[in-house]
Write a protein that binds this ligand. Structure first.
Ligand code: SF4
Length: 336
């Protein structure tokens, strides 16, 4: 795989043979890659650490990228006629430098599957950054803005998954993010051969997952790979990708997830005795009250599909969308 990466960034390739394709994730450099925060610190011990062996990270520090040193005087966002990035101690306006850096940096990155950015930063924050009326106020106007670099990311990649390290600490936000970056990464792999066979195979493996996200879109995507119009494969890939990004833009709802679970269960129920069926359906009912049960239901279905060699189900990404090693686990070692 070839990366075109600007010189102010570094590519970190993890090493782990998991059988999953490797997502490419752009990450804020201070999240475990360098002591580049304004105070010379680095944020350690986040989820980023645990997924390093399974993904390729491209780390970026936009503030270092525009030439600020470490340590440095803090910068803030002040709201003039537009958001401005200001170094309060000197009054220097860094907005244009940051906007130019962000555009050229993102232009040079190439393939990617998602972003993990540092929360609350005037450069990297996504919906968590404070904005002040001017560079000297203590009272902020809002604490729900984007940083200036994050604004450029959202403009260029509006439908790509992006989270911060605090959202990743939530098991469900983390599950959704990991699911979609691994889906996008395996789509990149499938579409790189630009062959209809790999696209059809990709859609078959992801059918239940897409059903859980949005059944109508799943059907439309099935029609695209069926390619009854005989379009060139690259056109099919583009159309498919467009819908894929729409489908994964928000987490699946409980009702559609239950439909996908029941669909998988339908393939397996003939191998199960009455008690096994009863316990599964009871647990499925409990899922409506307690979302954590979902992880157990998927594990049960995967286990049965392997035991009874129902390949169509055991190969579904829905049951195991990313390596088990990075699934959230509780103190008993159960997936969470
Ligand atoms: S939040 Fe962004 S700009 Fe600030 S230190 Fe981290 S990577 Fe650099």
């Amino acid at each position: 795989m070839h990366f075109q990466v600007p010189s102010s960034t570094t590519v970190h390739r993890g090493f782990h043979m998991s059988g999953f394709s490797r997502p490419i994730i752009v990450v804020s450099k201070c999240l475990g890659f360098a002591h580049c925060r304004y105070d010379g610190e680095m944020i350690s011990g986040t989820v980023v650490e645990s997924i390093k062996p399974f993904v390729d990270f491209i780390d970026i520090c936009p503030e270092c990228g525009i030439g600020l040193g470490v340590p440095r005087d803090p910068i803030i966002i002040a709201l003039d006629s537009k958001k401005r990035l200001i170094q309060s101690s000197t009054g220097t306006d860094l907005t244009q430098r940051m906007e130019l850096f962000a555009d050229s940096c993102l232009e040079g990155i190439g393939d990617l599957d998602g972003f993990i950015l540092k929360s609350k930063s005037p450069s990297c924050g996504i919906g968590t950054t404070k904005v002040y009326p001017d560079a000297w106020s203590d009272e902020c106007l809002s604490s729900q803005e984007n940083g200036i670099f994050a604004d450029a990311v959202i403009r260029k990649y509006p439908h790509f998954p992006m989270v911060d390290e605090e959202q990743l600490a939530d098991p469900f936000a983390r599950d959704h993010f990991l699911t979609v970056v691994f889906i996008l990464s395996s789509f990149r792999e499938a579409s790189s051969s630009v062959s209809m066979h790999s696209m059809i195979e990709y859609h078959a493996r992801n059918k239940l997952l897409l059903m859980a996200y949005d059944k109508q879109h799943m059907t439309l995507m099935g029609n695209i790979v069926a390619n009854r119009e005989g379009l060139p494969p690259w056109v099919v890939c583009e159309r498919y990708m467009e819908l894929l990004l729409q489908v994964i833009s928000k987490p699946p709802e409980t009702g559609s997830t239950i439909n996908a679970l029941l669909h998988a269960f339908g393939y397996l129920s003939r191998y199960l005795d009455v008690q096994e069926k009863f316990l599964f359906l009871q647990k499925l009912h409990a899922y409506r009250e307690n979302s954590y049960v979902l992880f157990e239901l998927k594990e049960q279905l995967l286990s049965w599909s392997l035991q009874f060699k129902v390949d169509y189900i055991s190969r579904q990404t829905f049951l195991c969308p990313y390596p088990q090693e990075i699934a959230c686990r509780d103190q008993n070692g159960n997936s969470r």
